[in-house]
Each structure stands twice: as C-alpha cells, then as structure tokens.
Write a protein that binds this ligand. Sequence first.
Ligand SMILES: CC(C)(COP(=O)(O)OP(=O)(O)OC[C@H]1O[C@@H](n2cnc3c(N)ncnc32)[C@H](O)[C@@H]1OP(=O)(O)O)[C@@H](O)C(=O)NCCC(=O)NCCS
Length: 136
Amino acid sequence: MQIGPLPPAHFDAAIQLWQDAGLTRPRNDPTQDLHRALAGSASTVLAGTEDETLIATAMVGHDGHRGWIYYLAVSENARCRGHGRAMIQACEAWLFERGMSKLNVMVREDNAAARGFYASLGYGLDEVVVLSRRLQ
Ligand SMILES: CC(C)(COP(=O)(O)OP(=O)(O)OC[C@H]1O[C@@H](n2cnc3c(N)ncnc32)[C@H](O)[C@@H]1OP(=O)(O)O)[C@@H](O)C(=O)NCCC(=O)NCCS
C-alpha cells in the first residue's frame, strides 16, 4: 500500500469508503470535512492506495497542542492485513514532524472493533470525559 495526501481523483471514493465503514453521520457533511482538512496547513487527509485503488483513509490534524485522527477506514476486503496500523503510523509520523507529542482519538463507546484495534497499537484509555455543544 502506498500512503500520501488524498488526490482529487479519489475524493468520491474516500467519501464512499467513509459511508461504507459507517463513519458518516447525517449532521456532518463529509465533502465539506474533506475539503476543509485538505485546505488547512494543520490538517490533511491521507490516502492508502493499492494498484491506484483507494483502500484506506485517515484524516489527521492538530490544534497546536495535540494531534487528532478522524475518518480512519480500511476497505472491508482489505482489512486484517496491517493497513490500518500503517495508516496510524503515517498519521503519527505526520504529527511528529510537526512537533506534536501526543495523539488523541475519539472512538464511539460501542465501536468494540476500533477499540480493540487501537488497544493493539498501544493506545490507552484516558481518564477524561468528552463534553460538546452544537454551535450550528
Ligand atoms: C479499524 C480498522 C481501521 C482496522 O483496520 P485493519 O487494516 O483491519 O487493521 P490492521 O490489520 O492494521 O490491524 C492492526 C492490529 O489491530 C488488531 N485489530 C484489528 N481489528 C481488530 C478488532 N476488531 N478487534 C481487536 N483487534 C483488532 C489486529 O489484530 C492487529 O493487531 P496485531 O498487529 O497485534 O495482530 C478497520 O476495521 C475499519 O476500517 N473499521 C471501520 C471503520 C472504523 O471503525 N474506524 C475507526 C473509527 S474510530
């Protein structure tokens, strides 16, 4: 798998992958998310491709203090081959190069698969609660 910034030719495939992986929600516009992440210098969307087919994505960015990952997905038929791990390692390298010392991930409480995945990569549970309020 080759990993690099998501090229425009794969935008539609990325959104399809997010939908197929159950990562989209009616209140979020994934196309807008994608364009915003690629436009800013503190964020990007990484693409994993094999034979020029998109098989993995991860949105990575930082707020000047911590790094964050969203939209991590591997195509269903490409899972369990280490691609998810490779995408996280690429995100970690992207953040490290920008001086970030910690990476946070928000995983839905009932997403046991993602929790198992992150646990096997050495990610631990922080003693925090996430609070939020809708602005729009
Ligand atoms: C989570 C996801 C990205 C994992 O991708 P993947 O390519 O299958 O993962 P890898 O093959 O790189 O697995 C890496 C490690 O995680 C472990 N792992 C993967 N899925 C797991 C699961 N469901 N439960 C427990 N461990 C798991 C693997 O065993 C492997 O550990 P090892 O190297 O010690 O053997 C993929 O399942 C996915 O796209 N899921 C749907 C979208 C999603 O939930 N994204 C996360 C949102 S927070």
